[in-house]
Design a protein around this ligand. Structure first.
Ligand SMILES: Nc1ncnc2c1ncn2[C@@H]1O[C@H](COP(=O)(O)OP(=O)(O)O)[C@@H](O)[C@H]1O
Ligand SMILES: Nc1ccn([C@@H]2O[C@H](COP(=O)(O)O)[C@@H](O)[C@H]2O)c(=O)n1
Length: 212
């Protein structure tokens, strides 16, 4: 019996504020109505309903332990097996999962995006293409300040304290070293149209090969 091809997994990583969501969205938006989906590692932050808000504020969200990676891997295996998943929804304002889930049907191309997706060898093993979005630290912190205040209900003092205390050291210890696993390094994230064109051309080839 002919073996069915499995979906393609494209991992997109980089430091916080590097532009990995923007790159992933740009690739995804290039294929409206096609068999492509996004899977965000952030959706798999651990549930913290058992902790009070003060304790949640002190969680290290940039350490691999912050993620329910077993659940992410389980869901990825299901998607590779063409099964539907119930993707958790994360609430950054409450620092825990919301009660909702998103029903996600399997697709031929999965864009897996997150700060620590290349840190876990099991996840690396599941990826066909690995991308690292490489953006200078000063640009990343400026973007993060703006975003966290506007979209994640944070104060300037909290963003700075979190960045210096946790985000920066964890980036150096866990995220930056995963660059060596990348097949492609994209400088200056979101607006690197050449890199996005190369990625979309590659995906187009995959769709054509699969007659999709
Ligand atoms: N090339 C860029 N130029 C200016 N702003 C950008 C660029 N890429 C991303 N941004 C902005 O920076 C913030 C972080 O980008 P995002 O793609 O969410 O990064 P990440 O997912 O790596 O944290 C967002 O508000 C986004 O609109
Ligand atoms: N409750 C949380 C959960 C995560 N973070 C921060 O999010 C960053 C990862 O998301 P990006 O879109 O920036 O890649 C990570 O650096 C965490 O510090 C948070 O602040 N609060």
């Amino acid at each position: 019996m002919e073996k069915k091809t499995k979906p393609i997994v494209i991992g997109v990583t980089g430091g916080s504020g590097s532009g990995k969501t923007s790159v992933s969205q740009a690739i995804y938006n290039h294929f409206p109505g096609r068999s492509i989906m996004m899977l965000e590692q952030d959706s798999y932050y651990k549930n913290q309903d058992h902790l009070d808000f003060e304790e949640r504020l002190n969680t290290n969200y940039d350490h691999p332990f912050a993620f329910d990676t077993d659940l992410l891997i389980k869901h990825l295996f299901k998607l590779l097996n063409y099964e539907t998943i119930e993707k958790p929804v994360y609430d950054y304002t409450k620092h825990t999962r919301s009660n909702e889930v998103i029903v996600q049907e399997p697709k031929e191309v999965i864009i897996l995006e997150g700060i620590l997706i290349l840190e876990d060898p099991r996840l690396r093993e599941m990826m066909d293409i690995k991308v690292y979005v490489d953006t200078d630290d000063d640009i990343r912190i400026i973007r993060r300040i703006k975003r966290d205040i506007e979209e994640r209900a944070r104060t300037l003092d909290h963003v700075i304290e979190q960045y210096l205390g946790v985000v920066k050291p964890m980036h150096t210890q866990f995220i930056e070293p995963t660059k060596k696993y990348a097949d492609i390094i994209i400088p200056e994230g979101g607006r690197n149209q050449v890199a996005i064109d190369l990625m979309t051309t590659k995906i187009d080839t995959i769709f054509k090969k699969r007659s999709l």
